[in-house]
Design a protein around this ligand. Structure first.
Ligand SMILES: *[C@@H]1O[C@H](CO)[C@@H](O)[C@H](O)[C@H]1NC(C)=O
Ligand SMILES: *[C@@H]1O[C@H](CO)[C@@H](O)[C@H](O)[C@H]1NC(C)=O
Ligand SMILES: *[C@@H]1O[C@H](CO)[C@@H](O)[C@H](O)[C@H]1NC(C)=O
Ligand SMILES: *[C@@H]1O[C@H](CO)[C@@H](O)[C@H](O)[C@H]1NC(C)=O
Ligand SMILES: *[C@@H]1O[C@H](CO)[C@@H](O)[C@H](O)[C@H]1NC(C)=O
Ligand SMILES: *[C@@H]1O[C@H](CO)[C@@H](O)[C@H](O)[C@H]1NC(C)=O
Ligand SMILES: *[C@@H]1O[C@H](CO)[C@@H](O)[C@H](O)[C@H]1NC(C)=O
Length: 649
């Protein structure tokens, strides 16, 4: 067993450091079962942080906290769909400035383990793949499919040359680069695809960089996940048998460093399920076992962060992940230090020297209090402002991709062909509502259709009445066979026994309308009666940051008491989805950088089901404490399966 001695390396660095111009090298040492950095044995203790889930202004704070915990590396995913939302239009600026993030990590003293995909899973919309790949509706994603590969080649041709200067060999922080992600869990088992990616990565990054794969910690996963040219690593959580999991890696890699690429510090959540928690003790104990074996480890997640906007993913059978990606990680969603942080630091201390100096403190949170909102327009009445591209007409419904829209909401409109004076079933017999549809007839809310849950509701109305169906993409499936996740009405809607025809569809650009302040006050003066279900409606209000308190604005959390489900923006920034009626998440993280002291801060809420505004107080509330676990039942015990990927199948 190789035992790591930090002291020796420090000494060597002092003696033969960068100043001597010694070549920077990083490689797999098969003889000594470790990595080799600049010719010396090396092991990493790394943590996952996804820049796409953390406001740019906080990247440095979070990275510093990771460094002070004793980590010598970070691991990050690159979500393709975040950088190429629209085919051919790349965005690497502002919040998406990957190179700035890499530079910061290096400046702080952290190495980088890069996971550029193309598929990343990550509980991210469509596992990071752009929805526009579905323009070819028969595409086989993550395989040698011609259309898929040519899109991947173009993307990697853009991305990898940007990465190249950041490789360790070239003076940067990147020590290893992952190819694909947990490919052994995917049905396709296409070795030619992995070989193609290997050649592609080599052609852009050169022969020297260590390329690796990651799969579940058992031989079964490695079967389709590992190929000879790529160094195979495993992932497993504190519930796993460490010896057995590394034996699985040894099955494929008889020599070389032991690596757990995803050691789970917590776990993900789904709407409607319990909030996942994993004890700090279990994490510390298992981490110690891993380090005792001389293994390399990456803690997934070290900080989870937030699925702002529409970026959350979903699992099958369809269950969407909430806005918070707190993950019960050692740093909270808001970057706060936890008991788990210090438990981990204490374990690392036994193996590595921890940097000296103060840990950046937890950022203060401010409870700005209650804000009154007013009813603005309904979605149906604001269509002209919301649908820039104008309506599209078709006999049968078109899906989001056919309408050239990836995320958010589309309104489908038609008329009743017959009188439905008695309740008549409006159905999606093929379960084709992806994912949730808010149905109204002539401005009266009728019910909600939902994928796998409700495929039929009764409606009433007269022949010629206007039927509006607002369909929400709740996040594309990010794992398994179902990642070809078409959204909208993906099959026909029937009324009674007949297929409804003559659709007018509105792609909605709600984010633009909100940030341009286009939504106005409701024209109706008489207050609506309290109803269990009302039309999807916007609400707005504003609040001023108080004067005379130093250091404002500060971070905060927003709570929507007695609201049901929807989307919320502050000053045009899309904070994400809320669904307190379902849980487990109740509060949304509001980073201070979106708040203003120079002008009133504008809150816009899209409530899809029922607002509290006609029977009770029409308010939202800022609080200094997060609530992520309303569904958690306190006798809930994490089971071993919680940590295995089968859980997601
Ligand atoms: C790129 O992304 C940033 C951050 O989300 C955004 O502010 C900016 O407007 C985007 N640029 C373009 C050209 O879309
Ligand atoms: C862990 O796995 C090893 C190797 O497969 C086995 O020998 C050992 O008994 C296992 N330990 C437990 C607690 O199951
Ligand atoms: C629908 O009902 C109205 C009266 O309620 C009647 O005037 C009309 O003819 C009916 N239309 C059809 C298509 O049956
Ligand atoms: C629809 O109405 C019919 C007749 O009134 C009733 O039998 C049926 O249960 C209703 N279906 C639903 C989904 O409410
Ligand atoms: C809707 O029904 C029509 C007529 O039966 C059929 O041609 C069409 O393919 C269907 N569309 C979808 C998306 O299922
Ligand atoms: C929420 O609704 C309940 C029942 O309608 C009411 O008692 C309570 O005061 C409401 N809470 C808030 C914060 O509006
Ligand atoms: C909020 O909206 C008002 C009115 O449109 C505008 O004057 C103000 O600048 C906005 N506040 C911020 C912080 O953008």
């Amino acid at each position: 067993m190789y035992l790591f001695k930090e002291g020796n390396i420090l000494l060597l660095l002092l003696l033969f450091g960068a100043s001597t111009g010694a070549p920077r090298t990083f490689s797999v040492d098969y003889k000594n079962d470790c990595f080799q950095k600049d010719g010396e044995p090396f092991r990493y203790i790394s943590g996952s942080i996804h820049y796409s889930r953390i406001p740019r202004v906080y990247w440095k704070d979070r990275l510093l906290k990771m460094y002070m915990a004793g980590l010598n590396a970070i691991q990050t995913y690159i979500p393709w769909n975040y950088h190429e939302e629209t085919l051919g239009q790349y965005n690497f600026s502002g919040e998406r400035d990957l190179q700035y993030f890499l530079q910061l990590a290096q400046d702080i003293g952290l190495l980088v383990i890069l996971r550029p995909g193309p598929y990343i899973c990550a509980e991210w919309e469509m596992g990071g793949l752009p929805a526009w790949l579905l323009n070819n509706k028969n595409i086989v994603l993550r395989s040698s499919d011609k259309d898929y590969l040519s899109a991947v080649d173009i993307w990697m041709g853009k991305l990898l040359p940007m990465i190249k200067p950041f490789l360790y060999q070239n003076g940067g922080p990147i020590i290893t680069v992952q190819v694909e992600n947990e490919y052994g869990s995917y049905f396709a088992c296409d070795y030619n695809y992995l070989r193609h990616l290997t050649q592609l990565f080599r052609s852009h990054l050169g022969d020297e960089v260590v390329l690796f794969t990651t799969d579940g910690g058992s031989v079964g996963y490695l079967k389709c996940g590992a190929i000879q040219e790529l160094y195979a690593t495993v992932d497993f959580g504190p519930g796993a048998n460490v010896t057995a999991a590394f034996e699985a890696q040894r099955h494929v890699e008889p020599r070389g460093p032991l690596v757990n690429s995803e050691f789970y510090t917590g776990w993900l959540d789904h709407w409607g399920s319990h909030h996942s928690v994993v004890s700090a003790d279990a994490v510390a104990k298992s981490l110690n076992e891993i380090l005792l074996k001389g293994a390399n480890v990456n803690l997934y997640m070290f900080i989870g962060g937030t699925n702002f906007g529409y970026w959350n993913g979903a699992n099958e059978p369809y269950a969407a992940q909430p806005t918070s990606y707190d993950y019960d990680a050692p740093l909270t969603e808001a970057g706060d230090l936890t008991k788990k942080y210090f438990a981990i630091q204490n374990v690392i201390k036994m193996y590595h020297k921890i940097p000296e100096g103060p840990i950046p403190p937890t950022t203060p949170k401010f409870a700005y209090g209650t804000v009154f909102l007013q009813k603005l327009e309904t979605v149906s009445s604001a269509l002209e402002k919301l649908s820039y591209s104008g309506p599209v007409k078709s006999m049968f419904p078109l899906n989001f991709i056919e309408l050239n829209q990836a995320l958010g909401y589309v309104l489908y409109r038609t008329t009743l062909p017959v009188n439905c004076s008695k309740p008549t079933p409006l159905s999606s017999p093929l379960n084709g509502v992806h994912d949730r549809a808010y149905v109204s007839v002539d401005g009266v809310a009728q019910g909600i259709l939902e994928r796998y849950k409700t495929i039929s509701i009764n409606i009433t109305g007269n022949a010629g009445s206007q039927v509006d169906i607002l369909v929400e993409n709740m996040g594309r499936i990010n794992y398994g066979r179902g990642i070809n996740d078409f959204k909208g009405l993906v099959s026909n809607i029937t009324l009674g026994a007949d297929v409804l025809t003559g659709w007018t569809m509105y792609s909605l650009s709600i984010d633009q309308a909100v940030s341009q302040g286009l939504l106005g006050r409701s024209l109706s003066t008489n207050p609506a009666l309290p109803a269990k279900l009302s039309l999807p409606t916007f609400y707005g209000g504003s609040f001023v940051i108080p004067d005379g308190i130093p250091d404002l604005p500060q971070d905060t959390y927003i709570k929507l008491p007695n609201w049901t489900k929807g989307q919320i923006w502050i000053n045009g920034f899309n904070l994400g989805r809320f669904w307190p009626a379902c849980g487990p998440q109740v509060t949304l993280f509001v980073p201070s950088n979106i708040l203003s002291t120079a002008a009133p801060n504008n809150i816009t809420v899209l409530e899809l089901e029922a607002a509290p505004c006609s029977g009770g107080p029409c308010t939202v509330e800022f609080t200094d404490t997060p609530i992520l676990d309303t569904r958690r039942s306190y006798n809930y015990k994490p089971i071993r399966r919680l940590f295995s990927k089968e859980d997601l199948l």
